[in-house]
Write a protein that binds this ligand. Structure first.
Ligand code: ADP
Length: 481
């Protein structure tokens, strides 16, 4: 057996005392590798190294950081097919989706390479005579990063790239299910020349490695993407110490897609199927509530069912697969449980929702479409995080808008319409961080802010130049000339 993949701490690849297998959800006999399972002591060593590295790193000229990030981007682009394959193999999204995500990670590093030299401040006159005021941005210190399994390289990239660009040190804990992409990214970052201690990878469990990041007094800030229930714990723990940590949380969604009578039917069908079921529905921006007005409802449902029948659910790495497996057994159990709940609540399972057998043993589930769902049902309110969507029939636009906003979440809201009036009104009145018109609720650009409202997000936005709000802190300096 090959040696386990190691954590990277204080400038060294550290042999683990414990390692766990990383299993391919498309083929349970395929082990991607054995990966280190670190513990609290590894976090402590990483934080000590980061603390030692921070004074010099935070004062490097921005161009030095620019060069490192540019190298990271270049290697990611050069190896996108191979890294995409690794990602799809360990996570289960299709190869095209895996390569797309890796490309996105490269673009993010490229974007933040350029951002290093754009960190402008302000100078203002004081209200007092002879005094000048400067407002500048400084790095935070040591940022702890806790990431989920559904975007194994893009989410780490959109946390790591801005953190490095603005001069912070990092302790990164990826999700247990997808250490392969995290480890490959770490190797690239190390090769690009990040000084020892600046970047540390500690793979391991949330309850040990994650918890220690939250509890460590020398960590200045925590950026987390994951479930709402863990997010709450993260926020509470992060502010319980003597010095409260800055916290950024990206959590769940129950994203609505409104389809109006005047929608272009083929666009609406593609938008719904892509948003609800691609990447196996395992996107926090996935459309899980499809809110459809009466006049188009039956035609729309028939067309969606027809489209779903054309999709192939199979091994993520096989050519021709449109939807890969669910990520693991516990997620599959959760999806199946919600399919039962939907039935028991009285919704109609109009398509799919069955476990499928394929050539290799994996967690295959046919995309499940419920119809005749009501806004009160649990399948309309709770995040399922799988290929399960519910169609809710409504009378008109006003009811559609009200139903779409009737949720504790507020990440992404979409509408399919050819009416400028309704599109404009929806953009203004959707209570969500992101709004999509004739586009899937999932699928965003890398250079503009990403994040939600209400129960979906907490703290400053991620991505684009808005990332500086979280990854820097402001200083106001007064000088008597
Ligand atoms: P998911 O359903 O996507 O696995 P989680 O919120 O459970 O969502 O996990 C997201 C990340 O949070 C993972 O990296 C996980 O290890 C981590 N995590 C889980 N529990 C804790 C915890 N108590 N403290 C810190 N991190 C945690």
């Amino acid at each position: 057996m090959t040696a386990p993949f190691r954590n990277f701490i204080a400038g060294e690849w550290v042999a683990p005392t414990e390692a766990v297998p990383n299993v391919n959800p498309s083929n349970l006999t395929d082990v991607v590798g054995e990966y280190a399972r670190g513990g609290a002591a590894d976090v402590d060593a990483a934080v000590a190294a980061a603390k030692a590295a921070f004074p010099a790193w935070s004062r490097t000229v921005p161009y030095a950081r620019h060069e490192i990030l540019k190298k990271v981007a270049a290697e990611i682009f050069a190896r996108k097919d191979e890294l995409g394959r690794l990602l799809s193999r360990e996570e289960g999204k299709t190869l095209a989706e895996g390569i797309g995500e890796v490309t996105r990670a490269g673009q993010i590093f490229e974007f933040f390479a350029a951002e290093t030299v754009r960190l402008a401040g302000e100078t203002l006159p004081s209200v007092r005579p002879g005094v000048g005021v400067e407002v500048t941005r400084e790095p935070l210190g040591i940022v702890g990063m806790i990431t989920p399994w559904n975007f194994p390289i893009a989410i780490p990239a959109w946390k790591i790239a801005p953190a490095l660009a603005y001069g912070n040190c990092i302790v990164f804990k990826p999700a247990e299910l997808v250490p392969g992409s995290a480890h490959a990214l770490a190797e690239i970052i190390v090769r690009a020349g990040v000084p020892a201690g600046v970047f540390n990878l500690v793979m391991g469990k949330g309850s040990t490695v994650g918890q220690r990041l939250l509890d460590h007094p020398d960590i200045t800030a925590i950026t987390f993407t994951g479930s709402v229930s863990t997010g709450r714990k993260v926020a509470a723990a992060a502010i319980s110490g003597e010095v409260m940590k800055k916290v950024q949380l990206e959590m769940g969604g129950k994203n609505p897609l409104v389809v109006l009578d005047d929608a272009d039917l083929p666009i609406a069908v593609e938008t719904a199927v892509n948003g609800a079921f691609f990447s196996t529905g395992q996107r926090c921006t996935a459309s899980s509530r499809i809110i459809v007005t009466e006049g188009i409802h039956d035609r729309f449902v028939d067309a969606v069912k027809g489209r779903l029948a054309q999709l192939t659910v199979d091994d993520a790495l096989k050519a021709g697969t449109h939807i890969g497996p669910v990520v693991d057994e516990s997620q599959l159990d959760q999806d199946m449980r919600y399919i039962e709940i939907g039935r028991a609540e009285g919704a109609t399972l109009a398509y799919g929702g069955e476990r499928l057998n394929r050539e290799s043993e994996g967690f295959y589930l046919s995309p499940a479409l419920f119809t005749e769902a009501t806004p009160e049902m649990r399948i309309s309110r709770e995040e399922i995080f799988g290929p399960v969507a519910a169609v809710i029939r409504v009378k008109d636009y006003e009811e559609a808008l009200a139903v779409s906003n009737d949720t504790p979440f507020g990440l992404s809201s979409g509408i399919c319409t050819t009416s400028l009036k309704h599109a404009t009104h929806f953009k203004r009145n959707a209570d969500a961080g992101m709004v999509m018109v004739n586009l899937p609720t999932a699928g965003v650009d890398f250079h503009v802010p990403f994040g939600g409202r209400k129960g979906s997000s907490y703290g400053p936005r991620e991505q684009g130049s808005y990332a500086r709000e979280f990854f820097t802190q402001v200083k106001t300096a007064y000088t008597l000339a």
